[in-house]
Ligand binder design. Structure first.
Ligand code: NDP
Length: 474
């Protein structure tokens, strides 16, 4: 049991003013995995003050030093990779092997890449008689979700620190433990006191106090669209800068000339990654209507072969969901879709056999789904795929764009130029052609209700900088 009793404020581990704690539950067996403190107003004020006090010196710290500290912190995280992978696997439910490859390894890559981007970034440019400086936005509050807890946090903290901002982080209550390991990694790298502060606590209480705080300059948020838009409205009262990385209902658009087995295999694996708890999951498979039967025959064995079970078991392909709340929410979506007459290819809302403890949901596929149906429109955040038929390319693009979201998409075609033309018509921030790999330097973020602002690479760094223009006389 991991009992975290202190918060990280001003470079010190501090006992909180209240004894309130949040219980962290093991998604696989519902046992108590740990507890973390709830930061109250006293800690919120203290952390923001520490971040404000540290800001001036940190902003003036040479780029080379900031980059070096980030690289040290990345190494510290790397050294604890197996521990991080195990903790997140138990918190979130991702199978351990995958958790090692994604939950533990990706934050190290992102932090390292941030240091590289920082070293090469032009902080000063001359435009005619103006010298334009890129200066840090100031005190940043990072509010993050539970699905990729360390990756989401590092995706904000590393570029913010690189930019010369100082940070107060509030991780998700379902999966807060790796945030404490991040604080330890930054502390061991000798980041100056106050540059990074960690407050665990409840969203509506601790995070909301941070969003309202007069002395915070920017909120960087990832999570649900409803919470994100609420945060943006609150932050508007004090003119805070806000970036929002929100939900998705991303299409995988398979054109008639595509390699169907490859396209379907990749889409299924992507959709069910982390039990569907992924903001850019490809949850809508768009295929030519006259090939629906063939698609169903190919998809069925892929999903039937997804062994559901304990995330620690090496044979497990699909783990549980993060919490009882998420399990019930996802099963309700499935139940209502069945009641609405949507054709079920495999899965369903019944509890899976032999798994009486843990938050398990059967991998579920609906087929011949009406693109306007609730199950094809809303972010389910569980192991649920919708197969949708289209008549022609125009209809396919309209369906791809026909949800409130616009985070990611995939396009499949034997002709890359054709795929590229189609991809450019889709309103989404990240589009992969023919299963192209994730790029940790490419901008990540959404259109429409998927939010605004970008993370990763140069674009991610720029979010934390403000232009300051000085005109010089001749
Ligand atoms: P939320 O968006 O509510 O939570 C994300 C973060 O915001 C957490 O740190 C949370 O804290 C915090 N938060 C919650 N309420 C407030 C508030 N009033 N003010 C400030 N911060 C707040 O997501 P949920 O965990 O409730 O998940 C619900 C649904 O959201 C999922 O089913 C999924 O559809 C979507 N989601 C999307 C994600 C994405 O990556 N796009 C990630 C996670 C969820 P706390 O944990 O303490 O509540």
């Amino acid at each position: 049991m991991r009992k975290m009793e202190q918060l990280f404020i001003g470079g010190k581990w501090v006992k909180p003013s209240s004894g309130d704690v949040i219980e962290v539950i093991d998604a696989g067996d519902e046992s108590l995995l740990g507890t973390v403190p709830v930061a109250k107003k006293a800690e919120v004020d203290k952390a923001v003050r520490a971040a404000r006090q540290a800001l001036g010196k940190w902003a003036d710290t040479p780029v080379a030093v900031r980059a070096e500290l980030l690289e040290k912190a990345a190494n510290n995280l790397k050294a604890r990779g197996s521990e991080i992978a195990e903790v997140i696997s138990r918190e979130v439910g991702m199978p351990l092997k995958m958790s090692q490859r994604i939950q533990a390894a990706l934050p190290v890559i992102v932090m390292d890449s941030c240091a590289k981007v920082l070293r090469e970034f032009p902080f000063e440019v001359q435009i005619a008689n103006s010298r334009v400086f890129r200066v840090p936005k100031g005190v940043v509050v990072a509010i993050t979700p539970w699905n990729y807890p360390l990756h989401q946090l590092v995706g904000k903290v590393a570029p913010a620190l690189a930019a010369g901002c100082t940070v107060v982080a509030k991780p998700a209550s379902e999966a807060p433990l790796s945030a404490f390991m991040l604080a330890e990694a930054l502390e061991a790298a000798w980041f100056p006191p106050g540059v990074f502060n960690l407050l665990s606590g409840n969203g509506p209480e601790t995070a909301n106090l941070l969003v309202q705080h007069d002395d915070v300059d920017m909120i960087s948020f990832t999570g649900s669209t409803s919470t994100g838009t609420k945060i943006a409205a609150t932050a508007a009262a004090t003119a805070k800068r806000v970036t929002l990385e929100l939900g998705g209902k991303s299409p995988s658009l398979v054109l008639d000339d595509a390699d169907f087995p490859k396209a379907l295999r990749t889409t299924v694996n992507n959709c069910f990654l982390n039990s569907g708890q992924t903001c850019n999951a490809l949850t809508r498979l768009l295929v030519p209507r006259n090939r629906l039967t063939e698609v169903e025959e190919l998809v069925l064995p892929l999903v039937a072969g997804m062994t559901l079970g304990d995330p620690g078991d090496p044979n497990t392909k699909l783990g549980p969901l993060v919490s009882a709340r998420q399990r019930d929410r996802v099963r309700q979506y499935i139940k209502e879709a069945i009641q609405a007459g949507t054709r079920l290819l495999i899965g369903g809302d019944a509890p899976p056999e032999g798994l009486s403890r843990g938050f398990y949901v059967r991998p579920t596929v609906f087929t011949d789904v009406d693109p306007g149906a609730v199950i094809a429109q809303e972010e389910v955040f569980g192991p649920v795929l919708c197969i949708i038929g289209y008549r022609d390319l125009e209809e396919a693009v309209a369906i791809a764009n026909g949800t409130p979201y616009g985070l990611a998409a995939a396009v499949w075609s034997a002709d890359t130029d054709r795929a590229l033309q189609v991809a450019r018509r889709i309103r989404a921030g990240q589009i992969d052609i023919n299963g192209a790999p994730f790029n940790a330097l490419a901008p990540f973020g959404g259109f429409k209700h998927s939010g605004y602002g970008r993370e990763l690479g140069v674009f991610g760094l720029e979010e934390f900088l403000e232009p300051l223009s000085i005109q010089l006389s001749a």
